[in-house]
Design a protein. Structure first.
Length: 318
């Protein structure tokens, strides 16, 4: 039986048709303004092992926060291509980066059917995107198709099924946790990623988990849109008006410190050189990994989508 889904985070599935698309740009800006989040993304992006001259794909790029991080790795001879289903997001990304010297291009594109030929990217990232996709396995499979042999995909997803909240009142905590878990389309996709990567023919699948903890209610409300989700749950009659008022009142008048936590999964997979069988246990092996590389700011190169396809199709050394 399908779960009833509620809440503003759910509308990330189709931002352009949401009630307020601009609010999602603001949400991304606030989320990426956090120094700890930026540091984590820079660290995780290094799992691609990017080099000068590499061509990287940012799936679900939003307004370009992660593409900017990737651009610092590839140098002026490389390129970062950002794609997003939302035309609103892509227009804003182009506006922000129009006058920069970074090697970044943005295109509207559905991640379920990437508009690029096979074997064209050295690496790809997918940060907090699969949670909102209709068919995450199809997106992972497409990423595998467009990667070059030995290319890597890194997915970074929160595991909403692991969410816990403590406010000092157990019944309210359980109700609020239930509401937030239903605010996204695929709340448990993060812990399914290792198996999905293997099913989509990625090899040497590695996993790193990070515990995200928040002890400030105002910060949690901004990050998880707690009060908007309560309002939406009331509007859709998932909870009563009395329950909604009780939750809001309790959160605004906490008798003890707020605490919330969930696990975030960073999963990396490598595209094999060919389809022959690997040694037993090599393909799909799940291990812990830590990798870090320096970040150097580089200048931008310009180009069109047509030129991108022609240039990188004709260069066999990339």
């Amino acid at each position: 039986m399908n779960k009833q889904r509620v809440g503003s985070l759910y509308e990330f599935r189709d931002v352009d048709r949401s009630t307020n698309p601009i609010s999602y740009i603001d949400y991304l800006d606030r989320s990426n303004a956090n120094q700890n989040m930026r540091t984590a993304k820079e660290h995780i992006a290094s799992f691609l092992r990017p080099k000068n001259g590499h061509v990287l794909l940012d799936i679900g790029c939003g307004v370009g926060h992660d593409a900017k991080v990737l651009a610092s790795f590839v140098g002026k001879t490389g390129l970062v291509v950002g794609i997003d289903k939302s035309k609103v997001m892509i227009q804003e990304a182009k506006r922000r980066f129009r006058r920069t010297a970074l090697p970044i291009e943005f295109y509207p594109c559905d991640a379920h059917k990437l508009d690029f030929p096979a074997n064209k990217f050295n690496g790809s990232v997918c940060f907090s995107v699969l949670t909102h996709c209709e068919q995450p396995a199809a997106v992972i499979s497409e990423a595998h198709r467009v990667l070059r042999p030995r290319g890597r995909l890194v997915a970074f997803e929160p595991d909403w099924d692991s969410l816990v909240i403590s406010t000092g009142e157990q019944s309210s905590d359980e109700l609020l946790t239930s509401i937030l878990k239903k605010s996204v389309y695929h709340g448990g996709i993060a812990h399914q990623l290792p198996n999905l990567f293997t099913q989509c023919r990625f090899q040497f699948v590695t996993v790193q988990t990070i515990a995200l903890t928040i002890s400030d209610y105002e910060l949690a409300n901004k990050a998880w849109r707690i009060e908007p989700n309560i309002a939406h749950a009331q509007k859709t009659r998932l909870i009563s008006a009395a329950d909604a008022d009780h939750l809001r009142c309790g959160l605004r008048n906490l008798t003890q410190q707020f605490f919330g936590a969930l696990m975030v999964f960073a999963v990396t997979g490598t595209k094999g050189v060919h389809r022959s069988r690997t040694k037993a246990g090599a393909e799909g092996a799940i291990v812990q990994t830590i990798s870090r590389k320096p970040i150097n700011q580089k200048r931008r190169t310009h180009g069109t989508k047509k030129n991108f396809k022609e240039n990188y199709r004709s260069d066999p050394n990339r």
